[in-house]
Design a protein around this ligand. Structure first.
Ligand SMILES: Nc1nc2c(c(=O)[nH]1)N[C@H]1C(S)=C(S)[C@@H](COP(=O)(O)O)O[C@H]1N2
Ligand SMILES: [Mo]
Length: 322
C-alpha cells in the first residue's frame, strides 16, 4: 500500500515548532535513499525478506504515519545547528569535523547483521529492515554528557518493533549495537582516541521501552551522514553517547555488552548513562545544560524529562546509573 505525505495544513506539530519549513520538503524523503522501501507499508515483518530494488519515488510522496511532540513544547533546535555541531569521532573530534568530513560515508548499499540470542538471526539489507515500519516523527530532547542539549524532530520507528522481528529468546537480557568501522571511509578514525568500532548497549527492557527509537531521518529529511545515517539509535533519557550512529550490527546477549565510553573511562561513564542532574560527572556538574542557541543555562531534568522510564530502574542505586 502506498501512503502519502500529509499536506502541510494537516501538520499538527507545525504549531509547536518554529521550523515549519522542514515539512514542506515533500520530495526529500523520496530522495532519502530510502526509496520507496521504507514507505511501502507491507505489514510484513519477515526479517529475511529480500531487499526491494530502489524503485521510482512513490507517486504523491510519502507519509509520516504519526507525529508526537515529546519535548514539552520546547523550541526545536534549527537544522543548521544540529547538522553542524556533532559528536561522531570516526569523522574527527571537533564539533564541526563530522559535518565537514562525513560525506565520505557510503550509506548504500547498507546491511545490518542481527545475531546472538534470537530465533531469526541474519544479515538484512537496510531497505528490507526499514520497509515494514511506518515512519513516525518524534520530537525529543537530546542531552549530551558534555552538558549541551538540543531538541530534534526525528523520523523513524520504535526500536522494539524492529527487535521483535528477530524473535529474541529468553536469554536475550541485553542488546548490543555496533557502528560501521571502515578506515577507508573514515580516514580520521585513527585519531579518534576510541577503541573502534563504536559500541553501545541497552538492557532488553530499556530497548523495548516505547520511547526507544531508531532514526532514519530528521526534520523530514534523510539523516545527514554526520547525524548517523543511514540508521541510528535514539534514546532520549540517556546521555547522547548511548545514541549510536550508523549501526551495522545488533546482537542479543545474555551479559552486559562492552560499551565504548565505559571501556574508555569506567570511572567516568557507566553502562546506564541515564541523565541525572543529581549525579555529577567526576569532572563537571550535570545539574545544568546549555541548549544550543540559548544564552543562559537551563536546569537539566531527571531522565532528561522522561520520568516514565523510572520504573525500569526501580531498586537500583541512582548513583550507579550514570
Ligand atoms: N558511532 C558513533 N556514535 C555516536 C558518537 C560517536 O562519536 N560515534 N557520538 C555520540 C555522542 S557523544 C552524541 S552527543 C551523539 C550526537 O548525535 P548528533 O550529532 O546527532 O547530535 O551521538 C552519539 N553517537
Ligand atoms: Mo555526547
Amino acid at each position: 500500500m502506498l501512503i502519502r505525505i500529509l499536506p502541510p495544513s494537516a501538520v499538527i506539530s507545525s504549531e509547536i515548532t518554529p521550523e515549519p519549513t522542514y515539512y514542506r520538503r515533500r520530495d526529500i524523503l523520496a530522495r532519502m535513499g530510502l526509496g520507496t522501501a521504507a514507505l511501502l507499508a507491507s505489514g510484513c515483518g519477515d526479517a529475511a525478506a529480500p531487499a526491494t530494488p530502489a524503485a521510482a519515488p512513490a507517486p504523491g510522496g510519502l507519509k509520516i504515519a504519526k507525529r508526537s511532540e515529546r519535548a514539552g513544547g520546547e523550541t526545536v533546535t534549527p537544522f543548521e545547528t544540529t547538522s553542524t555541531y556533532n559528536n561522531y569521532y570516526e569523522f574527527g573530534t571537533d564539533k564541526g569535523d563530522p559535518a565537514r568530513n562525513a560525506h565520505s560515508l557510503r550509506t548504500r548499499p547498507w546491511s545490518v547483521a542481527v545475531e546472538g540470542e534470537c530465533e531469526a538471526p541474519g544479515r538484512i539489507d537496510l531497505d528490507a529492515l526499514i520497509r515494514p515500519h511506518a515512519l513516525e516523527e518524534r520530537i525529543y530532547r537530546h542531552r549530551c554528557v558534555e552538558a549541551w542539549s538540543i531538541v530534534v524532530p526525528w523520523l523513524g520507528f520504535p526500536l522494539a518493533d524492529l527487535l521483535k522481528r528477530f524473535k529474541p529468546t529468553s536469554k536475550a537480557k541485553y542488546v548490543a549495537f555496533e557502528t560501521l568501522y571502515d578506515k577507508e571511509q573514515m580516514p580520521l578514525s585513527r585519531w579518534s582516541g576510541l577503541d573502534l568500532p563504536y559500541k553501545e548497549g541497552l538492557r532488553i527492557d530499556e530497548a523495548m521501552h516505547p520511547l526507544s527509537f531508531m532514526s532514519v531521518g530528521m526534520y523530514g529529511k534523510v539523516l545527514p551522514n554526520q547525524n548517523g545515517a543511514p540508521l541510528r539509535l535514539t534514546i532520549p533519557w540517556k546521555y547522547g553517547y548511548k545514541s549510536i550512529k550508523s549501526v551495522v550490527r545488533i546482537r542479543f546477549t545474555e551479559r552486559e555488552p562492552v560499551t565504548t565510553w565505559k571501556q574508555m573511562a569506567p570511572q567516568e561513564y557507566g553502562f546506564y548513562s541515564n541523565v541525572d542532574p543529581a549525579v555529577d560527572h567526576p569532572r563537571w556538574s550535570q545539574a545544568t545544560e546549555r541548549r544550543l542557541g540559548e544564552l543562559f543555562k537551563r536546569k537539566t531534568l531527571p531522565f532528561n524529562g522522561y520520568p516514565e522510564v523510572a520504573p525500569l530502574y526501580a531498586g537500583l542505586d541512582p548513583k550507579k546509573l550514570y
